[in-house]
Design a protein around this ligand. Sequence first.
Ligand SMILES: NC(=O)c1ccc[n+]([C@@H]2O[C@H](COP(=O)([O-])OP(=O)(O)OC[C@H]3O[C@@H](n4cnc5c(N)ncnc54)[C@H](OP(=O)(O)O)[C@@H]3O)[C@@H](O)[C@H]2O)c1
Length: 336
Amino acid sequence: MQAYEVTNTSGLDGLVLNPKRPEPEPGPGQILVRVRAAALNARDHGVTRGIYGYTRFPVIPLSDGAGEVVAVGPGIIGFKAGDRVASTFFQTWTGGRMPPDASRNSLGGMLDGMLAELVVLPRTGAIRIPNHLSFEEASTLPCAALTAWNALVETGGIKAGETVAILGTGGVSCFAVQFAKLHRAHVFLTSRSDEKLEKGRALGADVAINYKATPDWEQEMLKQTAGVGVDHVLEVGGANTLEKSMAAVCPGGAIYIIGSLAGAGQINPRMINRKAITLKGIHVGSRDMFAAMNRAIAETRLRPVIDRVFPFADAKAAFAYQAGGSHFGKIVIAVG
Ligand SMILES: NC(=O)c1ccc[n+]([C@@H]2O[C@H](COP(=O)([O-])OP(=O)(O)OC[C@H]3O[C@@H](n4cnc5c(N)ncnc54)[C@H](OP(=O)(O)O)[C@@H]3O)[C@@H](O)[C@H]2O)c1
């Protein structure tokens, strides 16, 4: 079978197509999946450059993919040939608190991932996908969607009428807009691009703020919430945007710490106690959370936002496209 392998930490130069990798076989408790589509996350660039941590080389990259079960190993209950499934980011975090070994068991990091024609997954590392989604759409769920769902729904318990600030329009943020609107919350969306903000409005964002044209976007959010601030902030920027997020959030509100796209910076923690803010780290989520998210997606017939689909042969171009930052939503690679 064909599979891409990250062979070293040199970035895309180290991403190599192996045209003759041995086909994996499912052992006890495992399923064999023919991958139909895989999706990129910002984290996958960190893997190719050796800065993600929890990585080994060579490794098949990408945590996210969807396909059909072609065979099951001994002892498998709950899956059969023909089932349409997606991978789970953490192969062993099924529910409850994040276990200490979760990161060592993430796909496309320490474990071979989804940018391959065939993969073997443990029973706990796959989940059925909603019927109305294509494989390409379902491939976007394991990391970006679950991260947004965990932050706003599982951790944040978002309610109708609450206000949410969502930074940027990448994969996590687009799902966050959709989940926030699904719960009838009021969404403030930021982006560097007016064109992307228009798309964000079409997705449901109520207030769109260009953070290049309005670098004091937190003041705009305060103004529009009568000086109180927003109930939830989805923080993908990191240290460089966190102080603004702490200014934008209301007393007693919550900031979900997810990414570090805006680079390094210094944090003055005083506002955390003065405003009694909750800062909550989010790391994707468990399989149980994925199941709950899938039920909501199926019931509301929510469709993931895909910016572009690349053929398997152009996987490197997909990585380069994501690095360019012009995308809105998810980037997918069609596998077979
Ligand atoms: N903790 C977790 O479990 C977890 C899970 C998934 C992702 N992440 C992290 O979350 C971040 C987003 O991931 P992703 O997959 O959604 O990435 P992505 O699809 O590549 O999205 C990147 C987007 O972030 C926005 N952005 C960049 N710099 C920004 C800034 N200074 N302020 C506001 N927005 C900014 C940009 O949106 P505009 O072009 O619209 O400005 C950019 O398009 C990454 O740091 C990733 O590593 C963490």
